[in-house]
Design a protein around this ligand. Structure first.
Ligand code: FMN
Length: 207
């Protein structure tokens, strides 16, 4: 990377990529991306993450089927609706084609509620998702793409059994990864003034 402007460019252009070419993702690229992920901060620097890298087609079929069931339930749609809208709706497309992703990275954390821990439900996601964002930014930088998904949650037990994930571990996301068959680029986001305040809730932002 040449300079800081390039770094911001990666942040500004990293999109949710849900369609991939069938080009193989080299192991070295997966390793680099995971190294970027593990540079992220975590509570107490405990680094609670585990990355399960899935390339095996049988395993991808199993988790893809569970993902599809979850997506249908979450979106309250029928399989037929997904099929009809997959051309213009990348969510539906991914749900139907999850198992065709060249690589799926399943990111897990150990579920260890601490007695008297006020962080409660915050503690797990907040120590994992910074690493996931690093992973996605590094993927874009390397010409790859992926998307943070959570639809696995509906049938997590089934996925954990297929992948041999121990009872006490939780899947925080399953990230399909590959060379994009759709483009990174400009995103639709609310202007900063609409989502920020200065000094007091609802007080106009002064920057
Ligand atoms: C917490 C979280 C959960 C998400 N779950 C899913 C998911 O299950 N399936 C999916 O296709 N995308 C999922 N996404 C991706 C979002 O839809 C995507 O990041 C958002 O629409 C912005 O996309 P863009 O950066 O391309 O504009 C999730 C994103 C986040 C942050």
């Amino acid at each position: 990377m040449q300079n800081k402007a390039d770094f911001l460019d990666i942040i500004y252009t990293t999109r949710a990529i849900r369609k991939f070419t069938q080009q193989r993702v080299p192991n070295e690229s997966v390793r680099k991306i995971l190294e970027a992920a593990t540079q992220a901060p975590s509570g107490g620097n405990r680094q609670p993450w585990r990355f399960l890298v899935i390339r095996d087609q049988d395993q991808k079929e199993k988790i893809g089927a569970a993902y599809l069931k979850g997506a249908l339930e979450y979106q309250q749609k029928t399989l037929q609706q997904f099929k009809e809208e997959q051309e213009h709706n990348s969510n539906s497309y991914l749900s139907l084609h999850f198992s065709e992703s060249p690589v799926v990275i399943v990111v897990c954390a150990e579920y260890r509620p601490l007695v008297g821990d006020k962080l409660g439900i915050l503690s797990q996601p907040s120590s994992i998702y910074p690493a996931v964002q690093n992973l996605l930014l590094a993927a874009n930088y390397m010409g790859l793409g992926g998307v943070l998904t959570t639809n696995h949650r509906y049938h997590e037990a089934e996925i954990k059994t297929s992948l041999g994930i121990p009872e006490s571990w939780v899947i925080l996301t399953m990230i399909p990864l590959g060379y994009p068959a759709e483009k990174h680029g400009k995103k639709s986001r609310q202007p900063v003034e609409d989502v920020s305040f200065s000094d007091f809730w609802d007080q106009e932002a002064e920057f």
